[in-house]
Structure formats: structure tokens, C-alpha cells
Design a protein around this ligand. Structure first.
Ligand SMILES: Nc1ncnc2c1ncn2[C@@H]1O[C@H](COP(=O)(O)OS(=O)(=O)O)[C@@H](OP(=O)(O)O)[C@H]1O
Length: 377
């Protein structure tokens, strides 16, 4: 009796210890499996209500950037119809149908669970690409839209130059919906050269971040001219529009294609309202030769994590430009449409040289003002 009691006590103690160990092992195994599950990315699909502040980016950041960019594309297609903007008439929509379908599936999924739709609101932009025309503004915006913390209106709203009387509510309504922590953006390249715009943007937000994509003013002028000629083939030659008096070599600085390139003059107006630290100058040239490098600067400036990297770019030799690609995927890279990267007419080398001389003092001043050498001279 005593013996069996003793035996039971000791065997019970053993099985109790074994059970405890088994329980601990089970918990550890569960935790380990859960961590593994999270590592392969499935946790992102779990509805999350934890949306962090601007510094701590929202949970959507862990979602594949291309899904998010697809979302932005969807809303941009919507506003593009609304504004019927010339710059939007490229082939982007067709090429990104695949992403849209992907997006719809994602959105339907979240709508069914009611996951984060309820927190989305339209906000006024916290960052604007203000210029310059033909600088590479569309490329920059499309690259930025790959980032999950950026939501941007696709069409150019032209609010601060052409639609200001419509009021801020009209402007806000054009913006895509965002959750806290996401940055709302737009691009309208004519803002940089329109006198009233700096004061108007300041009146909306004195803390706004401004981005200017600049490009060699001579190439920019030729690009501008090429665009105009594509719509009006009968316009005079570039050379004849350049001069007030060709024999005297007197350049017509009132021609808008040339005026836009006097960057220092335009920048002076912006600096009356905003400190230099609030303006980022992106090199249009480097955006083509080193898109990931320029994107790193832009993401740092916007206090975003560097999620758009070299993995997202594929240089297309036929087009002569970097195109966007989904990292670790065999899908076709997305290039900008036919209106970007037009063939420029051959301009007489003497005219090009005269224009380079014309811009030299403006460029020098611009380098001094920005503290950056763009290497145009
Ligand atoms: N990745 C990529 N793909 C295609 N094109 C690119 C790219 N990066 C920069 N660029 C240059 O962007 C120029 C057009 O500039 P914008 O988008 O600012 O033009 S616009 O003001 O919105 O009309 C466009 O000018 P053009 O070459 O004169 O057409 C391009 O040189």
C-alpha cells in the first residue's frame, strides 16, 4: 500500500513535470510558427488597427509597395478623367491594368472585413512637386507612388495657378484618401514659375515640403518646344523663336520656353516664403542615370523609409529611360508613355552654345542659392 502510494507520488510527479515541459514546448512551438508566419508576410493581411504617427509609419508600410502603388493608380485614373489633363494622355492606364485588377482584389478584401477603410480621409497635400515643366516631374511622381506611405493625385490639379478661386475644399476633394501617416501629394510643374503660387501655398501650409525637379535649362527648353510642336506642327523653328534679333544674337528672354529655365529668378520668389530646408532640388539628369540614388534623397527629405530602391528600376535601352519593375517578379517593367522621352529636333550647335552662355549666370546663381552644383555648364 505504502509502496504503491510512493510509486504513484513519484510517477505523478514525473508526469506532472513532463506535462509542464510539454506545455512549454507547445507554447514555444506556437510562438515560433507565428513568427515564421509573420516573416513570410502573412501578418500584413491580418486586419490591423494600429496606425502609427507620421514618424512611426503606418502598418500598410509592410504591404508590398506595388499593391499600394496600384491603389494610387486606381484613384489617379479617376481624377485623370475628371481633369482631362494633357500630360495624362499617356499609355500608363493600359500598362497598369494588371496592377489595377490586383488592387481591386485587395480593396474588396479589406472592404469585406471593414479593415482600414473607416480611417481614410482626404487631406490637403503635405508635399508638392512644384516644378519644373519638362524636368522629369511625372517620372518622380510615379516613382514615389510605389512607396506605400505616399498617395498622390495622378492628374495635375493646377489649383494654385488656375483654379484657386474654387477654394481649398475643391482642392481637398481631388486628393486620394489616406490613412494617418501617409503623405498626400500632387504635382503641377507650372507652380514654380507662377508669381502668386508661393504665397498661396504658404497660406495653406507654411510647413509644406516642396520638391523641384530641375534639368539643364537648354535641354528643358528644347523639350518644351518639342511638346508644343507635337500639338502644333506649324510653329516656327526653335532657332527663330529663340532670338529677338538673330543677326545680333539677341535672345528673347520673354519666350516662356526660355523664361522657365531662369531657375534662380523663380527660386528667389519662393525663398521669400519658405526656408531652403523646406525645398528639395532633384536633378532631372540623375533621375534618369541613377533613379535609386535620387529616390533615396527624396525619401529622406520626406522622412520616409527607403523602400523604393534599385530593385524597383530596370533601364530600358530602347526607351533610354529607367522603367519601374516589381522586385523579384518576371512581370514586364512599366515605362512612362509616349509623351515622355520624345525625340528632340536637332538644334543648330551655335544656337545651343549661345543659349548655354545665356544661362550661365543664372545657373551659377542657382548653384549658389541651392548649394548644389548640377553640372550643366
Ligand atoms: N523614367 C523616365 N521615363 C521617361 N521620361 C523621363 C524619365 N525620367 C525623366 N524623364 C524625362 O521627363 C521629361 C518630361 O518631364 P515632365 O514629366 O516633368 O514633363 S511635364 O512637365 O509633366 O510635361 C521627359 O522629357 P523629354 O525627353 O523631352 O520628353 C524625359 O526626358
Amino acid at each position: 500500500m505504502e509502496y504503491s502510494l510512493l510509486f504513484c507520488q513519484s510517477s505523478c510527479a514525473v508526469s506532472f513535470h513532463l506535462g509542464k515541459r510539454l506545455l512549454v514546448a507547445c507554447i514555444m512551438l506556437t510562438l515560433w510558427v507565428y513568427m515564421l508566419y509573420c516573416c513570410v508576410g502573412y501578418c500584413a493581411s491580418v486586419p490591423s488597427f494600429a496606425v502609427n504617427s507620421v514618424e512611426m509609419k503606418p502598418d500598410t508600410a509592410s504591404v508590398d509597395p506595388f499593391i499600394s502603388s496600384g491603389r494610387a493608380i486606381y484613384s489617379s485614373a479617376h481624377s485623370r478623367d475628371l481633369l482631362n489633363n494633357e500630360n495624362e494622355l499617356d499609355s500608363r492606364a493600359d500598362e497598369w491594368d494588371e496592377s489595377k485588377a490586383e488592387l481591386r482584389a485587395v480593396e474588396e478584401g479589406t472592404a469585406a472585413t471593414g479593415a482600414y477603410n473607416w480611417t481614410e480621409t482626404r487631406k490637403l497635400p503635405q508635399a508638392i512637386i512644384i516644378g519644373v515643366k519638362k524636368g522629369g516631374t511625372r517620372a518622380l511622381l510615379e516613382f514615389l507612388r510605389v512607396h506605400p506611405d505616399i498617395r498622390a493625385v495622378g492628374a495635375e490639379p493646377h489649383f494654385f495657378d488656375r483654379n484657386y478661386e474654387k477654394g481649398l475644399e475643391w482642392y481637398r476633394e481631388l486628393m486620394p484618401k489616406t490613412i494617418d501617416g501617409q503623405i498626400t501629394m500632387e504635382k503641377t510643374p507650372s507652380y514654380f514659375v507662377t508669381k502668386e503660387v508661393p504665397g498661396r501655398i504658404y497660406a495653406m501650409s507654411k510647413d509644406i515640403k516642396l520638391i523641384v525637379v530641375v534639368r539643364d535649362p537648354v535641354t528643358r527648353a528644347i523639350s518644351d518646344y518639342t511638346q508644343t510642336r507635337s500639338k502644333k506642327p506649324d510653329i516656327p523653328s526653335f532657332e527663330s523663336l529663340t532670338f529677338k534679333n538673330a543677326t545680333e544674337g539677341l535672345i528673347d528672354a520673354t519666350w516662356s520656353a526660355l523664361q522657365i529655365g531662369m531657375y534662380a529668378r523663380h527660386l528667389k520668389r519662393w525663398l521669400q516664403f519658405f526656408p531652403l530646408s523646406q525645398i528639395l532640388f532633384v536633378s532631372g539628369e540623375r533621375l534618369i542615370t541613377d533613379p535609386a540614388g535620387e529616390m533615396a534623397r527624396v525619401q529622406d527629405f520626406l522622412h520616409l523609409r527607403r523602400l523604393v530602391t534599385e530593385k524597383h528600376f530596370h533601364f530600358n535601352p530602347a526607351k533610354g529611360f529607367p522603367c519601374l519593375k516589381k522586385p523579384a517578379s518576371n512581370s514586364r517593367p512599366h515605362c512612362l508613355g509616349k509623351t515622355k522621352g520624345r525625340t528632340h529636333p536637332n538644334i543648330h550647335p551655335t544656337v545651343v552654345r549661345q543659349l548655354q552662355d545665356f544661362y550661365k549666370p543664372f545657373n551659377k546663381k542657382f548653384y549658389l542659392m541651392t548649394g548644389q552644383d548640377f553640372d550643366w555648364d
